[in-house]
Design a protein around this ligand. Sequence first.
Ligand code: COA
Length: 313
Amino acid sequence: MFDVGVLAIGSYVPTKKLTNFDFEKTLETSNEWIVERTGIRERYIAEKNEKASDLALKAVQNLLSKNLVQKEEIDMIILSTATPDYKGYPSTACILQAKIGLKNIPCFDITAACSGLIYAISMANAYIKSGLYKNILVVSTEKNSEILDWQDRNTAVLFGDGASALVLSNTSKNIIKKIEISSDGENHKVLVVDPFIKMEGKEVFKYAVKEGTRLIEKVCLETNLTKEEIDIFIPHQANTRIIDGIAKKLKVDKNLFYSNVEKYGNTSSASIGIALDEVNREQKLDLSSKVALFSFGAGLSSGVLLFEYNEKI
Ligand code: COA
């Protein structure tokens, strides 16, 4: 079995910013309500002709510009999105492959909503561990603006667009210690896209707090770590009240939970990668920090990933 670690990261958000005050002009809502209930202040929205694969390409270009890995070394692309360029096929991963200029490698999409990044990494992890592949590009790209009902104040104010990209590799850098993924299909109706996002907010909220807590406790138990030994938690960025709720339930200082939801809103499966890239870029992590990423979302689905940060990505 080969070790698997995070070799490089990149991210991208579009340039057009939409603030809560902009929503005050079109919906019966207020900046105050949105900030108090969600922590969100602004989000970025893609241009009409900017597709999920375009956002993904920008995140990958950002990753490659760091020169930690060459594009020719990538031997697979796994892409998570709820807003593929085409509704059925081809996969957005194949479109991205062409845009990057890579040939003769397998590329495919997965669907696990906001947990998509951790699900995709869990697949990359298995391929690399077994020795079948060496450097896998995992991309999460979401054009949520295209699946929002802009007249629905319950959902329109919550989401934003963005993308993140990671290369997982057989490396001694930033080794993954544990990944745990789970689903609860019984509750698939509480968060659906048909054709726009519809959500029973309270149900999702309850699930996120309960499931986030359960999975983090499980991963700690199975890796013989106490919660206190984890240096930073990077949760899916949906809502500060959910994040605070999990911290409270775990009895962990909420300041150890990283949050940037106020700047980007909920960018679905891209959010954890965007947050990790920010933490890495702004040097908020000490070397040998134990980092726990965790997600929750439609499906319902959830995931936790624990890795040790020992080199900048
Ligand atoms: N502005 C003003 N009022 C709003 C509003 C908005 N943007 N959105 C909803 N409301 C209203 C509701 O219509 C409701 O009004 P009513 O009592 O007249 O019916 C009132 O606010 C309270 O709604 P409620 O659903 O009880 O609010 P809440 O405290 O549960 O907060 C969410 C709503 C969506 C913020 C909250 O449920 C939540 O964060 N859920 C998780 C959502 C999430 O993050 N999903 C993605 C996970 S991947």
